[in-house]
Design a protein around this ligand. Structure first.
Ligand SMILES: Cc1cc2nc3c(=O)[nH]c(=O)nc-3n(C[C@H](O)[C@H](O)[C@H](O)COP(=O)(O)OP(=O)(O)OC[C@H]3O[C@@H](n4cnc5c(N)ncnc54)[C@H](O)[C@@H]3O)c2cc1C
Length: 482
């Protein structure tokens, strides 16, 4: 260990456990200066949205107190990044800067430039792997190219085996003298008027992440394989915002789930843990694709979709955003998003399908709305999810798969409990009509206190004819542009 100081530049890795950058810097240097730099202007069109900023403020607060518990201090600075880092290095006398690799195009480009400038200023730069289970370049097809299809990617990941066992939390993080005061965590959420009430629904920070992981393995894993598609049940981990901010590492979750697969527990737990590992690898796959196809944040992976004749309909967009499309499962999802900053995966697929296939509105507009409102906004997962549903991404479902919001609602929310929770206007409607109120007999509607078009809208679009319209357009695109 040298007596000097190292800076650890934290970004979407707001944790102490299994943090290669923090652990290595703490082992190698006498004092450590963890820093977070808030610099939304450097993220181009994907600066953090309001829900992410509301989460970030609370996560930084939690991390700050965890670091103080180890004798250290988290400094939060405003950008530009390079100026902030150089000033911090000068004040603290730091000779090295550590960080974890990023894969988002703007972040990766900034990191390369920062590394160049720090090195020319005489600082050591250590870029470490800390966000994924396997690095995107580590897995290639038999012919040496990146994967485009999930199942072979997943099989290759399993063959690659487990990464090194996750690292423990550093025992101490002694702070150097002369740290600048910085800005308070709340400042990253200053001026927000439309963010969800994050503190009501979530516990941002590493201990909140740990608690949800424990809850998942003890209470949910057993039924996860059966229940994970049911938005009316508490059947998934809800770890996505914690993973997006790196408050828990995917390697830790993978290692713990693997222990469960090996254990002598019930078959259900083993199945649940195996299904969970598979979901973690959808995240890995999304990062693999983003790393190899950085332009997909704004353009379709399949270039023939560049000429897709998307509609522009601000009234329909507004109805979708506010949960007023007249399709209860879609409206429930969009209202859950507004209230909590999160939405169940099945419902994300349904709302995205209605937007892109029934309404023919651009997937990129949906992606931007999610980006603004999701507490788990993650450029790799969001881009992948939207392009997958729109049919213009990797591993695309055939374009003719267009989700039916009524049948999907009846299948995955059979009693209508999820729809009624977020669309309380439908509370008194019997389950048989919850997902199709417009065909309920007038007496049923009257006794439920609903006049369509007043308490609750009629469907914004007729799904049957919208489906045929989408099929014709998608089909002609396939024929015209190969
Ligand atoms: C249109 C659309 C947009 C999406 N945008 C995002 C986003 O911005 N951020 C985000 O984290 N996820 C996104 N997803 C993926 C998925 O919906 C969420 O990760 C999941 O709902 C999170 O809930 P959970 O943590 O309870 O998941 P669990 O079922 O408990 O899964 C565990 C973890 O695996 C990963 N995971 C699960 N499903 C997927 C998936 N389909 N794709 C990628 N990773 C997955 C997540 O990190 C998740 O936290 C999107 C999906 C769609 C269809």
């Amino acid at each position: 260990m040298t007596a000097g100081t190292a800076i650890v530049w934290l970004r979407n890795d707001l944790r102490l456990a299994d943090s290669p950058a923090l652990a290595t810097a703490a082992d190698a240097f006498g004092t450590v200066a963890p820093v977070f730099i808030f610099s939304p202007a450097e993220a181009n069109s994907w600066a953090p949205g309001s829900a992410s900023r509301a989460w970030l403020a609370l996560s930084l607060k939690s991390l700050s107190s965890d670091i103080e518990g180890l004798g250290g201090r988290l400094t939060i600075l405003s950008g530009p990044t390079i100026e902030a880092l150089l000033t911090l290095a000068l004040r603290t006398g730091a000779s090295a800067v550590y960080w974890h690799r990023r894969y988002e195009p703007a972040g990766a480009a900034l990191d390369a430039e920062v590394a160049r400038q720090l090195e020319s200023a005489g600082l050591e730069v250590h870029v470490m792997d800390g966000s994924l289970i396997h690095e995107p370049d580590a897995l290639v097809t038999g012919s040496g190219t990146p994967f485009q299809v999930f199942t072979p990617f997943f099989n290759a990941s399993l063959r690659a085996g487990m990464p090194d066992y996750p690292l423990p939390t550093p025992v101490a993080l002694p702070a150097p003298a002369n740290l600048p005061v910085g800005i308070p965590p709340e400042e990253v959420a200053a001026g927000l008027t439309e963010a969800p009430d994050v503190a009501r629904f979530w516990s941002p920070g590493e201990s909140g992440a740990r608690a949800l992981a424990d809850r998942f393995f003890h209470d949910i894993a057993d039924e996860y394989a059966q229940d994970r598609d049911r938005p009316d049940l508490d059947g998934t981990s809800r770890l996505s915002p914690h993973l997006a901010f790196g408050e828990i590492s995917a390697r830790v979750l993978r290692a713990e789930a693997t222990e469960m697969v090996k254990c002598n527990g019930t078959c259900h737990i083993k199945e649940g843990a195996a299904a969970f590992i598979r979901q973690l690898y959808w995240r890995e796959f999304a990062y693999h694709l983003l790393h190899h196809h950085p332009s997909t944040t704004d353009r379709p992976l399949r270039s023939r979709f560049d000429v897709f004749p998307w509609s522009r309909d601000p009234i329909a967009m507004e109805a979708w955003q506010s949960g007023m499309t007249g399709y209860p499962i879609v409206d429930a999802g969009m209202r859950e998003l507004l209230a909590t900053g999160w939405m169940h995966n099945r419902v994300r697929m349904l709302v995205a399908s209605l937007l892109t296939k029934d309404l023919l509105l651009p997937w990129a507009d949906g992606a931007h709305w999610f980006w603004e409102r999701l507490v788990d906004a993650d450029l790799a997962n969001n881009t992948f999810g939207w392009q997958w549903v729109a049919g213009c991404g990797a591993d695309a479902a055939p374009y003719f798969r267009i989700f039916n919001p009524v049948l999907q609602g009846e299948r995955f929310d059979p009693d209508g409990a999820y729809a009624k929770k977020w669309v309380p206007e439908l509370e008194a409607l019997p389950a048989a009509w919850v997902h199709r109120p417009w065909v309920a007999p007038s007496g049923v509607l009257a006794s439920a206190g609903i006049t369509l078009g007043r308490e609750y809208p009629r469907p914004i679009v007729d799904h049957t004819s919208a489906r045929l319209r989408a099929l014709a357009i998608y089909g002609s695109l396939r024929d015209i542009v190969k």
